[in-house]
Design a protein around this ligand. Structure first.
Ligand code: CA
Length: 241
């Protein structure tokens, strides 16, 4: 079995070295970044199995890094915080972290959290792999000759693009399913708003445009030239696939 890869994002070099030393000693492969921009770069290039992410960082802070990565990074992120108000933000703003540790923490505690998160992900994967006896999945599949594939799993409420699980917000998922099930039909913003958000929704039809934009960022190869979520000028949107 290849060792699991952990990205350590921490600008205090003593703590970074201590984390690297301890994780390496326990058999993990460790990558390090000392600022937010480097963290995003490394995470996107190396696909670590887990990220330890300090909150206070030069450049982008840990919250911003987490938000950027969560667009398509689905592995565990454990945040390292120094203050109670940071904890409130992690929990309250749903930045997308899986767990957090408040400084100072013991290496024993850190290793236990890391292990727990990696075990959780492993169990999830095994559950998927063991599903061969299950009845045919309830899916909407859109694939093209160039290899692009979008799969919406209606049982699991999950969307895969080219084999990678996307992190969609609940409304983004609902909107995508709604449009995909009405493939080829032009739908007005008001119609979409009424069907997906409900008539009593107070926000305007701008809400639809914003969610379409977010969805394009996640499901399209080129969000500026979409192949699924097509704008129909003066009319609304149409799903193609
Ligand atoms: Ca720091």
């Amino acid at each position: 079995m290849t060792s699991e890869k952990i990205l350590v994002v921490e600008d205090e070099f003593v703590l970074r070295d201590t984390l690297t030393y301890n994780l390496t000693r326990h058999g993990y492969e460790v990558l390090t970044a000392a600022d937010g921009h480097r963290a995003v770069e490394l995470a996107q290039a190396e696909h670590p199995d887990l990220i330890l992410l300090d909150v206070m960082l030069p450049g982008l802070d840990g919250f911003e890094v987490c938000r950027i990565l969560r667009v398509d990074y689905t592995s565990p992120i454990i945040m390292l915080t120094a203050r109670a108000d940071e904890v409130d933000k992690i929990v309250g703003l749903e930045v997308g972290a899986d767990d957090y540790l408040t400084k100072p923490f013991s290496m024993r505690e850190l290793l236990a959290r890391v292990k727990a998160q990696l075990r959780r992900v492993r169990l999830l994967r095994e559950e998927y792999a063991g599903d061969t006896e299950a009845p045919a999945p309830n899916q909407l599949r859109f694939s093209r000759a160039d290899g692009h594939a979008l799969v919406i799993d209606l049982d699991r409420h999950e969307v895969n693009r080219d084999g990678e699980l996307l992190a969609l917000k609940p409304k983004e998922y609902e909107l995508l399913v709604y449009l995909a099930q009405k493939r080829g039909r032009v739908l007005s913003r008001d119609q979409i708003l009424a069907d997906v958000w409900g008539w009593d929704y107070v926000g305007g039809s701008r809400t639809v445009d914003v969610h379409i934009r977010w969805l394009r960022e996640k499901i399209e190869d080129d969000p500026a030239d979409p192949s699924h979520l097509i704008t129909v000028r003066g009319a609304g949107y149409r799903f193609e696939g």
